[in-house]
Structure formats: C-alpha cells, structure tokens
Design a protein around this ligand. Structure first.
Ligand code: S3P
Length: 435
C-alpha cells in the first residue's frame, strides 16, 4: 500500500458519490484480542488493514496464535484464556496506543513475561494511567522513570479484582482493566467521569462473557470462557469524519458514506457538525453484531461557530482535528473546552492544529484544554502533520477550501488507520496527490 509522506492538495475539490471507508480501528483491535483468547474459531470481516491493527495481529501471532488473513478477512484459531505462549522477542506495537494499553491489561495476568515497545510517539505517551491501576490488581510492570514505554510485564502474578474510579474518561484504560479482570479473582469494577466508547463491553458480551454496565460503571468477573464468534467490523466513523467535514465545507458536495458504525459513544462528530449547521442524514440504521450501523448522507451546508462543551468530548475525542477544520470554515467563533486529553494523543493535537491553522491564516488560539477558532478564509501554504495520521487527513480535506495549494508534510502514518486514503479521497473528488 502507498505510504505517501507528503500530500499536495489543489483547491476547489468537492465530495460526491458513495463510498465505504476502512473498518473501525477500535473494533478491529478488540476482535483480534478476544478471538485470540476465545475457545474456537473466530472469523472477522471488514477488518482494518492498517498498521495499528496489524501490529496487534502480529503480537498475537508472536504469542503462538494461528491467525490467517486474506485482505480484510481474518480467521483466528482461539488459544483459550490460558493458551498464549511466551513471545521470543519484545512485541513492537508501532504507533498504536490502543495495542499497548489493552495488551498491558491482557498480558498482566499471563504466566510469562513480555516487553511492549513502540515508535517515538508511542514511547512519549503516558502509560501510568494503566500501570498504576494494574499494580493495584497485583500486576508488576516496569516503565521508564517518566512512566512511558517500553513496558516490561512480569508474568506469574495472581491478580485480584478492584474497584477503580478512573480520573479520565478513557476506553483504553477501561478496556485494559476489563481485560486484566478476565484473569483476576472476583469482580473488577471501573467507573469513569463520563462514559467512553463501549466496544469492549459489547464484544465481550458477543463472545459470551457477561459485563454489567450501569451509567459510567462497568463490571466483569474473572475466569470466564469466551466462545468464538463472527465479527462484522463496520466502517470507522473516525475515518468517515474527514469526508463528513470535507462534504460539509465544499459547495456542491453530496456524499454517502456506507455502513458506518454509529455507536452513540462514538457519534459525537455528528452531533457537533449538526449543531454547526451541517446537513447529515442518518439512513438505514441497523444493528450488526451488537453495534449500530448506518449510511450517512452528507451535503454541503454553510456552517456557523458553536460552543462545544465537555459533555460531548469522549464521544468525539478522535474527531476534533477534523472538527477544527469545520470551525475554520464556519462563520463566527467556535470554542472547545474540557478536551485536555487531546494533548496526549499521537501528537499534541491542540498545539499542532492551532499552529497549522495559524500558518494558513486562521485565527486559532490554543487553550490548555481546548481551542478558540474564528472562521475565515484558509490560505495556501505548507503545514506539518507531525507524523499524526488525523492531523494529516484533516489538512488534506481543508485543502479543498483553501485559496491556493496546500502541502502537508509527514503524513506517512495515515497508513496506521486509513490505508488507501489518498486514492479514496481522489475518487470522491478531492484534488490530492501523495508523494
Ligand atoms: C481508543 C480509545 C481512545 C481513542 C483511541 C482509541 C480505543 O483513546 O482516542 O484512538 O480503541 O479504546 P483514550 O482511551 O486514550 O481516550
């Protein structure tokens, strides 16, 4: 697959037709993980063939699980809860925070040691948010002095369920502890300040493992048997978001995004864009393997600024780079607060987005926990994606509305979540070239 490092976008493109973006990243990771520790044969369709999810797949192969893959179809011979084998080398998880944090939980209760490593960005991201509660369960995990990867997980520890009130609404923290909870004695109960995405809970249920959820508290009991099942992965709403914003800001656009996952814990981008005046129709809503799915028809509409409060942040956490582009093209002021988590993503997304928007002539002020953006005319220029896939794709769609050509540098990590982005965007009508 093409791994372009620079995008060049000509102004004046639009988005039309019907397309399906690649599979949901969060669900693809979880399907590999649960399939690997289930009993029996799990078949996955619509699997995301991105570098992040392939890193998870490779990690389980390295732990002795037989996994076959033909494009987006994957079949897994489950090893059972206690059937993983010690890997002979550290597990390299590349850019993938989800792989590292969820695996930390799943591996804390194994009989063998493992070491988890990642690229420069992943090695800067905070891991104490998982290693501290895991230690309370009885795990023993070494980090750097800064609380970052590499993680060395000592095996042979007896874990005990805990009650944990997470200070952050994070599905990675919650899922890490739920996976550790499968190996722990008794109940593991996790509460969050606001509900984060619930794919782990839904998928555990699909594999026959009961999870009780009440408001923002979930509970799992140790020692279940997971039974293999078939998983149909919907298209990723986080990848669809770039096209939703592109179609909303480019006059003449009329785009249908097929089979998109619209789980309410993920669909905040629809709420925010609609509040800005976007024309988004949610069509043919249906359920597929425990997850709600729909087709989204997005037509151009003039947008206006809005105040985005903390209550919508967890359900749109990965979509703010794209939402900031919508705000830059909207009339008036958009404000966001309560989103300090954006500072610890693949890049500091508040700093990188504000800096790049200003380079293109937009009035954008970074706040510790959000941003203030006054809509205007995007100018031509060169911006740096800082190796962050979502920053790269956000400025790619922004280029369609700029006054002249836009170049985006350091885009290669788009392959972590959206292989084929340039080709698909071009098919839809964006004037983009990757080199
Ligand atoms: C994810 C959870 C979110 C999200 C990430 C994927 C997941 O991270 O930003 O892209 O699959 O659980 P946090 O848990 O850090 O909010």
């Amino acid at each position: 697959m093409n791994r372009s490092d620079t995008f060049e976008i000509s102004p004046g493109g639009l988005f039309h037709g019907a397309l399906r973006v690649p599979g949901d990243k969060s669900i693809s990771h979880r399907a590999i993980m649960l399939g690997a520790i289930a009993e029996g044969h799990t078949r996955i369709s619509g699997f995301l063939e991105g570098e992040d999810t392939l890193a998870t797949l490779a990690a389980f192969r390295a732990m002795g699980v037989t996994i076959e893959r033909d494009a987006d179809r994957v079949s897994i011979d489950g090893a059972g809860l206690h059937g993983l084998r010690p890997p002979v080398a550290p597990l390299d998880l590349g850019n993938s925070g989800t792989s590292m944090r969820l695996l930390a939980g799943l591996l804390a209760g194994q009989r063998f040691d493992t070491t988890l490593t990642g690229d420069a960005s992943l090695s800067r991201r905070p891991m104490r948010r998982v290693t501290e509660p895991l230690a309370r369960m009885g795990a023993w995990i070494d980090t750097t002095a800064a609380g970052t990867a590499p993680l060395h997980i000592h095996g042979g520890r007896a874990l005990t369920g805990i009650e944990y009130a997470s200070p952050v609404a994070s599905a990675q923290v919650k899922s890490c502890l739920l996976l550790a909870g499968l190996y722990a004695g008794g109940a593991t109960r996790i509460s969050e300040p606001m509900p984060s995405r619930d794919h782990t809970e839904r998928m555990l249920e699909a594999f026959g493992c009961p999870v009780s959820s009440e408001a923002a508290t979930v509970t799992v009991h140790g020692g279940p048997t997971l039974s293999a099942c078939d998983i149909d992965v919907p298209a990723d709403i986080s990848s669809a978001a770039f096209f939703m914003v592109g179609a909303s800001i480019c006059p003449g656009s009329d785009l249908t995004l097929r089979h998109v996952g619209v789980n309410p814990t993920r669909a905040g981008v629809i709420t925010v864009l609609r509040a800005m005046g976007a024309d988004i129709a949610v069509l043919n809503e249906r359920r597929q393997g425990g997850e709600p799915v729909a087709d989204l028809r997005v037509r151009y509409a003039p947008l206006h600024g809005v105040a985005i409060g903390p209550e919508v942040v967890p359900a749109a956490i990965d979509e703010f780079p794209a939402i900031f582009i919508a705000a830059a093209c909207a009339e008036g002021v958009t404000t966001l607060g309560g989103a300090e988590e954006l500072r610890v993503k693949e890049s500091d997304r508040i700093a990188t987005m504000a800096g790049n928007l200003r380079l293109l002539g937009i009035d954008a002020t970074a706040l510790p926990d959000g941003m203030v953006i006054t809509g205007g005319r995007l100018g031509a220029g060169t911006v740096d994606a800082h190796d962050d896939h979502r920053i790269a794709m956000s400025f790619a769609v922004a280029g369609a509305r700029a006054l002249g050509p836009v170049r985006v540098l350091h885009c290669a990590n788009v392959a972590t979540s959206f292989p084929g982005f340039v080709e698909l965007a071009r098919t839809a009508g964006l004037g983009i070239r990757g080199t």
